[in-house]
Each structure stands twice: as C-alpha cells, then as structure tokens.
Design a protein around this ligand. Structure first.
Ligand SMILES: [Zn+2]
Length: 340
C-alpha cells in the first residue's frame, strides 16, 4: 500500500468564493482534487460550477445543513423524522438534479457547545460526556433513509470534535460507505490543536500523544473499511453568503488588501507548527484507511486572487509528509518562485 493522502483540497462556504473559476484554477495548478462547497441552499450555478471543476479533475462535495446551527434535540424522534424528511426533500429536489459527486453534512450539537432546544436531560448529559452516540442516533437514521433512496450517493459526515471528542469512537457504528470528516482535533486546553485552530493562537501548545492516538484511531475507526477526512484549519475566514461569484480582478485586488495581513500572520504560524502538522499528516498517510482526504479551510481568503504561501506550505506538506520541515519550506518557496 502506498503511504499517501489520496485526496487533497479546500473547504469553503461557497458564498465566500469571489471568483469560483479562478478559485478552482488555483486549486488545479496546486495539485488539488476535492472541494467542499457549503451553502444554505444549492447555488444557482451548481451545474456549471461542477462541470468546470470536472474539467480540472476536481470533485465537488456539496455541503448543507442537517441541523447544524439550528434549534434541535438530537434525541427527539420528532426532530429526527422532521430533519430526515427535510434532508430527503432537499436532496431530491435540489442536489440530485445536479448529479453531485457527493454531499456532506453537519448536525447540531457538535459545535457551539451542543445545546438542545428543549434543554433535555439526555442532551445535557451527552454535551458533558460527548455527543457521539446521539450523533449516530440522529445522523445514522437520516443516512439510512438517504442511502435507501440514493444508494450510490457519496456522503461525508462532518463531525466537530468540540462536542464529540469525549465519545468520538461511537461513530464507528456509522455505515462504512460514509466518509467521516473530522474537524478540530483535540489539544490539552481548548480541544483544538493540530492541524491548527480555527483562530490561531501563537501560544498554542505542542502536539500531544493524546492527539496522535486519536488520529490513529480515527484512521481505522471502522477497520480497513475506514474512509476518513480531516479539515485543516488556521486560515483566514468568514462564513455565510449566497452563491459563488465571478468578480473581476480589480474587485479581488481591493478585497485581498483586507486579508493580506492575516495571511502574513498565518505564514509564521504555519511554519512554526509545520513539524507537528507533518507528524499528523504522516499518521494519516500511513494509516490502513481505504480512503484518506484532507481539505484545508480556506474560506473568504481570496485564494482565487493569489495562492498564499501559508496554504501552499500546508498543501506541500499534505502532498508528501515524509520530509522534514526545512525540505517542505524549501520546496514550497521554490514552487512559488520565492527563491531566485
Ligand atoms: Zn435534547
């Protein structure tokens, strides 16, 4: 078995993509093959966007809400039935006509503390002990219904470790045809450590054995059938928006000025944490999982304007993590023409 990460790409809110053609172009020339576009609803040019992505050998996973950031009780049969019907209707009417490469979802309760809309005792207890089993109860039921109607649809289950980290192994009972996309790996203090916090903290502590152990387990949670993905955070962000746009260069230039400083900060941060990131990426690459994916969260970052060094550095590390940090830095700088 070749030790490598099979699919590398970007995760973004589609409504924060200011020029989707250039965004995909910059992915393509960087050797990326997967983009996750998250929306409140299917964007108006979904077919065209996916067609263009395919011309560049990039697959598109369309993300939408299965109760994420919505009032929900993961233990309520009523809520499960309501969301199951909503999800089925959304796929049937909006995403199936696009003939999607895949969809991905997130549920409530795994991010933002996991508060139940009824503040029920079961959810309160699982918020304290980990919402893994409720995740399986809620999402597992919806997945089964979707698979029954759309057996060949690729589904990626997004799971934030903020709510699930104490009980993440419960997800091993999910259908093995489902990809699990892990976000926010646990660190000693804020849960979030490597591959980087949503907002970087220069004082962030180093990689721990606990995180290494969790990544190993995540890569073989369902044995050799594991299909695993990780979202690499730590880049400029802003979420929301409507449809992906096609702004002109002069607009991109103005917008990019806002984020230049943030990207510069990210460069120093990513270089500082590169050794830790490489350790995690090696574990993923060497794991027995049947499929391994890593997508960097680059939302609202003007990636369509410029392939920024910080993202390119991590991209280089993901493509071959079996190098030391100095080699990865050098290779990135050479490819970007930063070394004369
Ligand atoms: Zn509840």
């Amino acid at each position: 078995m070749v030790s490598k990460i099979d699919h590398i790409g970007l995760w973004t809110w589609g409504g924060r993509v200011f020029n989707w053609k250039k965004y995909l172009d910059n992915m393509h020339i960087s050797g990326m093959d997967t983009v996750v576009l998250w929306h409140d609803k299917v964007p108006v040019r979904a077919q065209e966007i996916q067609g263009y992505a395919h011309s560049l050998n990039i697959r598109v996973l369309w993300g939408f809400n299965w109760s994420w950031n919505s009032p929900v009780c993961l233990n309520s049969e009523c809520d499960i039935a309501e969301w199951r019907d909503t999800v089925l209707k959304t796929i049937r009417e909006e995403y199936a006509p696009v003939n999607p490469d895949g969809i991905c979802f997130q549920v409530g309760g795994t991010e933002f503390g996991g508060k139940c809309r009824f503040d029920c005792a079961v959810c309160r207890k699982s918020a304290a002990n980990g919402v893994g089993s409720l995740f399986v109860k809620f999402a597992g039921g919806i997945i089964d219904a979707v698979k029954k109607e759309f057996p060949d649809l690729h589904i990626s289950a997004g799971a934030h470790l903020g709510g699930v980290h104490k009980s993440f192994e419960e997800l091993k009972t999910l259908n093995t045809s489902i990809n699990i996309m892990w976000e926010d790996l646990p660190g000693p203090e804020n849960y979030i450590e490597v591959p980087f916090a949503y907002n970087w903290d220069p004082q962030e502590t180093a990689l721990t054995n606990r995180t290494i152990d969790m990544v190993k387990k995540m890569c073989q949670l369902r044995g050799g059938q594991e299909d695993v993905a990780f979202v690499v955070k730590g880049f400029p962000y802003r979420w929301g928006g409507q449809d992906p746009m096609l702004l002109e260069d002069f607009d991109l230039e103005v917008l990019a000025e806002v984020f230049e400083k943030k990207w510069s900060q990210a460069a120093g941060y990513c270089e500082k944490r590169l050794a830790d990131a490489l350790t995690v990426f090696r574990i993923i690459a060497e794991s027995p999982a049947r499929s391994k994916t890593a997508v960097m969260l680059v939302e609202h970052g003007l990636w369509e304007y410029k392939r920024y060094y910080a993202a390119m550095l991590i991209n280089e590390a993901l493509h071959n993590p079996f190098r030391d940090p100095g080699e990865v830095v050098l290779a990135t700088r050479e490819k970007m023409g930063l070394i004369l």
